[in-house]
Design a protein around this ligand. Structure first.
Ligand code: IVH
Length: 699
């Protein structure tokens, strides 16, 4: 086509654009689409039709496909629901970045301390032995790991899923509180801490954003996260980010032997350490400090959501180790949730992945702790009955940290009695199948199984979620639309997708199709814990998925064992139940999952298309007990039972509570009884505590 004189850029077919025109047009499209996104997402008021909006998006992608070098970092094709999609390189953490367990009351804190005392022999035997803790305010920001080599900042990574984060080095370098060079530090030092935004900087930023039509953030934490994760570091540089240091990752040497000593080093190296950090000799001091900080909370310049306690001595921290993803040597003491009153307009019911019907309160929007809340959970039918919650009631809602807001109280005004009592539905609102409540269960479930679109859809969403298959560029939005169109009915269908299936679909062009195919192919090989978690077995979260992977090491043997475990009293069932962390109810759900013919079909189909890699235990090659099953019994003299278990597991052994033919060693302490006897009957090797230490080369 020959370009007529008066033709506007917008009227030129993409393939007829010159590079210069294309660049201009991409710029214009980015601006226009962002503006429409803003109308749609922030103002809830679109100004063009969906079809016209799609036309702009399609034109943008077409031009990008023709001029790949001109793709902008802020291109609309990189955004999902208004957010910029990740374009950062992934970084595997040299030491995982863990999360913390929570306590909400003095009693729970006492339980935590008691647990530590029971674990460490010298504290267990001497109730008066001091246990010093460092108390630090828990900053509500985003954690980050900064790697220094020979004193130079070489890498900054976000926490991500704890194992793998995003490389944000360029952005971190724009933050004033983060030194780019440090003196006198170990050769390799990873400093971990919190990137945050002060309350006043946050208010200021939102004001500017409003003026310039930028994204409005719900709270300082989101603002900090959003600012740190900018693909264009020039934007991060303009954002007022701050940083407190409090932990470490990889280190080549450790010239400190307490947490307090580490904080001193941090200050010397030029890091900001929270000035409210305090060394506390006992629980009374922790509680007094907690109250004091609680009172200061509202006037502090930054948001905090609790106080973190860490055992001061590092040798004790090391022995205490970790459970699942949190340390046994630290805990977060959270502040009470924030509450607010509003009107409950309507009760709706949501159907989850496992068919559970969850009632949801649709609220008159209200700000709670800086976040606008318009929905809150009502848990289950009993909860509604107990509180006598009715549509139209005035209610108190509560929000704690990231937890889903909940309705905690009904304000019984004079009209409450005249409102209609709420009747829980007897049919699934999504598929109309019967909704039943098993005896002794709180949940009401839809009986539609995978014929219920809500259940099938939710399962698929879980399957591709971040901690499961995590297929790049394949989010909830796509699952929903592919599922609705029948393109994907079950997980294996994802791996059958062909470019031809997507050709001609709205919003999909050659480039995005190629990218999706590549992302799917990358996931044809997946680690066992992720795979087990992705299956969405009732009650099986990431920790249990890992536990199962560790125990059975390959998916094939897990599956075989679960088939065997269907027989009550079988060795396989005994073995499953002997796993510490798996109780009867969870075992039932796992066995049930593998028994169900539909699930078997799904697994067979999936395994034709993907490879599940065997679980690789941490390097225990020098350990003599790796892979062995050990039972500890009787009173141990040199260590407590939890410590014995944890140290054996760290050496790659499996610790079981009961003796069977499969047991390799029974370590018998004082007054060992029936277990030692059974071991001798079965010919299992019985070791004294000393012999055990000799075997593993410790103590
Ligand atoms: S220590 C293994 N100290 O809380 C211990 N965390 O729930 C790891 N946080 O991801 C964390 N202030 O983002 C620690 N003084 C502090 C903290 C702190 C805030 C955050 C951090 C972490 C989360 C854990």
């Amino acid at each position: 086509m020959s370009a007529k004189k008066k033709q506007t850029l917008r009227e030129i077919t993409p393939k007829d654009l010159t590079a210069e025109q294309a660049e201009k047009e991409l710029d214009a499209l980015a601006k226009e689409i962002t503006e429409h996104d803003r109308h749609y997402h922030l103002n809830d008021a679109p100004v063009i039709t969906d079809a016209d909006y799609d036309k702009l998006q399609r034109r943008n992608i077409e031009i990008e496909t023709l001029f790949p070098l001109l793709v902008r970092t802020d291109s609309p094709s990189k955004k999902v629901g208004g957010e910029i999609k990740s374009g950062f390189n992934k970084v595997k953490h040299s030491r995982p970045m863990l999360s913390l367990g929570n306590v909400f009351s003095n009693d729970e804190l006492q339980d935590f301390i008691d647990g530590v005392r029971r674990f460490l022999k010298e504290l267990k035997d001497d109730a008066k032995a001091p246990l010093e803790m460092v108390a630090e305010p828990k900053i509500d920001g985003v954690s980050i790991s900064l790697r220094y080599e020979s004193g130079v900042l070489v890498q900054a990574a976000t926490r991500g899923d704890g194992v793998e984060g995003e490389d944000v080095t360029t952005n971190a370098k724009t933050i004033n509180d983060i030194p780019q060079k440090i003196d006198g530090a170990p050769d390799v030092l990873e400093v971990r801490g919190e990137v945050y935004m002060t309350k006043s900087d946050f208010a200021e930023l939102n004001k500017t954003q409003e003026k310039t039509g930028g994204k409005i953030f719900a709270n300082p934490r989101n603002a900090a996260a959003g600012s740190l994760r900018q693909l264009d570091s020039a934007i991060t540089k303009e954002r007022p980010l701050s940083f407190f240091a409090y932990a470490w990752g990889d280190v080549s040497s450790m010239p400190w032997d307490t947490q307090w000593g580490y904080l001193e080093h941090l200050k010397k190296w030029g890091f900001k350490v929270n000035p409210l950090a305090k060394l506390c000799p006992d629980i009374a001091a922790l509680l007094a400090n907690y109250d004091k900080i609680g009172h200061q909370r509202a006037t502090l310049p930054y948001d905090i959501d609790g106080v973190v306690y860490k055992i001061n001595r590092l040798d004790w921290q090391e022995r205490l180790g970790f459970v699942a993803r949190s340390p046994r040597w630290a805990v977060a003491h959270k502040f009470p949730a924030e509450k607010a009153e509003t009107i409950l307009n309507k009760i709706t019911v949501q159907v989850g992945r496992t068919g559970v019907l969850t009632p949801v309160a649709e609220l008159e929007p209200i700000t709670v702790g800086g976040v606008v809340v318009s929905r809150a959970t009502l848990h289950n039918a009993d909860y509604i009955t107990e509180l006598d919650i009715r549509e139209g009631d005035r209610v108190t809602i509560q929000r704690a940290g990231d937890v889903i807001p909940q309705v905690v109280e009904v304000i019984k005004d004079k009209n409450h009695g005249s409102r209609k009592k709420y009747n829980f539905p007897e049919k699934c609102p999504e598929c109309a199948a019967h909704a039943v409540r098993e005896k002794g269960e709180a949940a009401t479930r839809c009986t539609g199984g995978l014929t219920c679109p809500a259940q099938a859809g939710e399962r698929l969403k879980h399957f591709v979620s971040r901690d499961a298959f995590d297929i790049e560029g394949f989010g909830t939005k796509h699952i929903k639309s592919f599922f609705a169109d029948g393109l994907i009915k079950s997980p294996a269908d994802i791996f059958h997708l062909k470019p031809a299936d997507l050709n001609g679909r709205e919003g999909w062009k050659e480039k995005s199709i190629t990218n999706l195919m590549a992302a799917i192919n990358e996931r044809r090989q997946i680690e066992m814990p992720r795979f087990v978690y992705a299956l969405g077995i009732n009650q099986v979260g990431q920790a249990t998925a890992r536990l199962l992977s560790k125990t059975y090491t390959s998916f094939a043997s897990l599956r075989k064992a679960m088939e065997g475990a269907q027989t009550i009293g079988s060795d396989a069932m005994e073995e499953l139940l002997s796993i510490d962390g798996i109780g009867k109810s969870m075992a039932d759900d796992i066995i049930e999952f593998f028994k169900e013919p539909h699930n078997q079909k799904v697994l067979d189909e999936l395994l034709k298309n993907i490879t599940v890699t065997d679980f690789v235990a941490p390097d225990t090659s020098s350990s003599k007990v790796a892979g062995k099953t050990v039972v500890f019994t009787g009173t141990l003299e040199t260590m407590t039972r939890p410590e014995a278990k944890a140290s054996a597991e760290a050496l790659g052994a499996r610790v079981s509570g009961s003796v069977s033919k499969k047991t390799d060693y029974v370590v018998a302490g004082l007054a060992a009884g029936s277990k030692e006897k059974r071991a001798r009957e079965l010919g299992v090797m019985v070791l004294s505590e000393e012999e055990w230490h000799n075997l593993v080369g410790g103590k």
